[in-house]
Ligand binder design. Structure first.
Ligand code: NAP
Length: 283
């Protein structure tokens, strides 16, 4: 497995396993199988409702804790944000059955972002979250957070796939030492990703699937990726992307697929801001 080194020296695998939209009752099996397939980075969130199942799979797999890289995420908190963030973190830790996480992400750039971030900085200083970062931050919000706080986020996890490539965001993140992590690396199959002829042609040249080309392209761009699958064959396929390399021409052919537009939701859209800001988790 290749790793990237985050801005605080922590090493993170370039490929992990995401568990969004895996129902809680299927998650333990899926994560157990992913760990058996070789994945060591697990990406969950309080909002996914499956942290307990991830924790059970970790215990069942028996892999030494130091070999795992576990990420979870903070949902938007009511005031007082600092106290509530700590409480939310403690709930996640208890559900996961862990004494620390490797990466704690602010899931959305909404609510009392500053209060939430100060609490996350404290968790980082105390060693309870080995690294802290954000998700879904556009460059304006990211720079505001960086310039007006002490700790620069180690990671920004944003929608990134062949149709929404985020190259300008990545340039900016590189400049400030923030690791780019992709969510929705397959765009959940939208826009015909799995049958895209450009990706299929490149795959044929390497004896690889479209999915493998999509992941390999992200990894060659130094974007950390966390594909989700509940299917063990696809888990193995998605992990098998380190024995081939896209040529410069192939990288350029994929670059031409960029539409510059989200296929999911725009964090600048007022309706989406209102919806995400009002949503609260129970318990
Ligand atoms: P994704 O990884 O882009 O796509 C998952 C879909 O692709 C599933 O339907 C899966 O079906 C299918 N698939 C997986 N491997 C395949 C293969 N080799 N061939 C054909 N189909 C395949 O979607 P995602 O789950 O939205 O994103 C990945 C992770 O990013 C999430 O799980 C989560 O951890 C994270 N995420 C974060 C945020 C955020 O706001 N921070 C938002 C969304 C996601 P099967 O399961 O049936 O194989």
């Amino acid at each position: 497995m290749q790793h990237v080194t985050l801005n605080n020296g922590l090493r993170m695998p370039v490929l992990g396993f995401g568990v969004y939209q895996i129902p809680a009752e299927q998650t333990e099996r899926a994560v157990f199988e992913a760990l058996a397939a070789g994945y060591r980075l697990l990406d969950t969130a309080a909002a996914y409702g499956n942290e307990e199942a991830v924790g059970r799979a970790i215990r069942a797999a028996g892999i030494p804790r130091e070999e795992l890289f576990v990420t979870t995420k903070l949902w938007v908190q009511d005031a007082p944000a600092e106290a509530n963030t700590r409480r939310a973190f403690e709930t996640s830790l208890r559900k996961l059955g862990l004494d620390h996480v490797d990466l704690y992400l602010m899931h959305q750039p909404f609510g009392d972002v500053y209060g939430q971030w100060r609490a996350m900085e404290a968790l980082n200083r105390e060693g309870l979250a080995k690294a802290v970062g954000v998700a879904n931050f556009h460059p304006d919000r990211l720079l505001d957070l960086i310039f007006n706080n002490e700790i620069t986020p180690a990671v920004n996890q944003i929608e990134t796939h062949v149709f929404y490539q985020r190259t300008a965001d990545q340039d900016l993140m590189r400049r400030y030492g923030v690791q780019h992590q992709s969510w929705g690396g397959f765009a959940e199959g939208r826009n015909g990703l799995f049958t895209n002829p450009v990706l299929a042609r490149i795959g044929e040249a390497h004896g690889k699937s479209v999915a493998q080309v999509a992941l390999r392209w992200l990894i060659q761009r130094e974007v950390v990726t966390i594909p989700k699958s509940v299917n063990p064959d696809r888990m193995a396929q998605n992990f098998d992307v380190f024995d081939f390399e896209l040529t410069d021409d192939q990288m350029a052919a994929v670059a031409a697929l960029d539409t510059g537009e989200t296929l999911f939701f725009d964090h600048h859209d007022p309706e989406m801001v209102a919806w995400l800001s009002k949503r609260r988790l129970d318990g």
